[in-house]
Design a protein around this ligand. Sequence first.
Ligand SMILES: NC(=O)c1ccc[n+]([C@@H]2O[C@H](COP(=O)([O-])OP(=O)(O)OC[C@H]3O[C@@H](n4cnc5c(N)ncnc54)[C@H](O)[C@@H]3O)[C@@H](O)[C@H]2O)c1
Length: 353
Amino acid sequence: MKTILITGSSGLIGSEVCTYFGALGYTVHGLDNNQRAVFFGQGGDTRWNQHRLETTLRDYHHHEHDVRDRAAVLALVNSIRPSAIVHAAAQPSHDLAASIPFEDFDTNASGTLNLLEAARRFCPESPFVYMSTNKVYGDRPNSIKLIELETRWDYDDPAYASGIAEDLSIDRSTHSLFGASKVAADVMTQEYGRYFGMPTCCLRGGCLTGPNHSGVVLHGFLSYLIKCNVEGRDYCVFGYKGKQVRDNIHSFDVAAFIHAFVEAPRSGEVYNLGGGRDNSCSILEAFALVESRTGKAQRHKYSDVARVGDHICYYSDLARMKQHYPNWTITKNLGQTIDEIVASWDTRSSAQG
Ligand SMILES: NC(=O)c1ccc[n+]([C@@H]2O[C@H](COP(=O)([O-])OP(=O)(O)OC[C@H]3O[C@@H](n4cnc5c(N)ncnc54)[C@H](O)[C@@H]3O)[C@@H](O)[C@H]2O)c1
């Protein structure tokens, strides 16, 4: 019987991975303490998603622990000895980190170390997937020559025609405290692969999205933007004329890649994981895509002040993932992903009255 431990199981990625592996017949252990509601308030509450897993998965076990609780993490991994670990619990917001530096670092960096060390002690052969972020590159992508087009920025350098690859420097750039705590965890995950030979990988996510995100102003760009449209609220654009570009990948395709890695793990790997150029959009383009589906004009405000360390244009070069895992591919395009998120907010917003 195969078992998997998934941290951040009530969040966007964690819940999708629970569902994916549950459908494959795994016994699924989720760890989440609804910390997202502590970070972001009511809008970030993930209990609804935990209950969804508890009622829809056949063999799901929820553990109400905090990844910062070293003793609890060690005891849990010792008792389960999972055949794979997916670590998706995090303080995920770039902007929030500056106001809660200890909580951010303790969760992102120390929490990851707790899991890695637990894995080394009790299940060192089990694939370990860490959800990292493209913010490990800090604002380095902004030093690439850009061209301003009518609705977006784009790279004006043929070296980046397919996007950003894993060899971009993570050094000497502005990351935000969030980016720095994620770098610590990313490098530590690589080290447990390189130093101890464990099957670890870091997935440096672009915009990971999908219908089960509890999108809030400080995290979950596309989910929150669509929520604002559906509920008729203002969405605030921060700088760059709304032409800043993100690449969006559906959480299902993230889970499918994690499965591919678990089936054929490598050691100390790093992959840039996003929607790639084909699934990229600027904020202005996202407005138009959403409006065309809901029929509602996107209300918005504009602030000249860009977020510190924000990317002007970022899309992932997926070549390394595809080279190592040729059977993996993106199955959901941006239009389908937006359709699913719109449908989800229609249901959730009307249920909340
Ligand atoms: N969503 C994105 O666009 C994106 C982009 C790049 C990287 N990532 C990374 O992917 C991972 C998953 O992101 P997500 O969008 O699913 O986030 P999410 O906030 O939806 O899910 C994270 C879950 O972790 C839980 N959690 C947080 N702190 C915890 C703690 N101390 N102990 C136990 N549980 C805790 C939260 O309650 C939440 O349910 C994170 O590591 C994030 O940094 C996400």
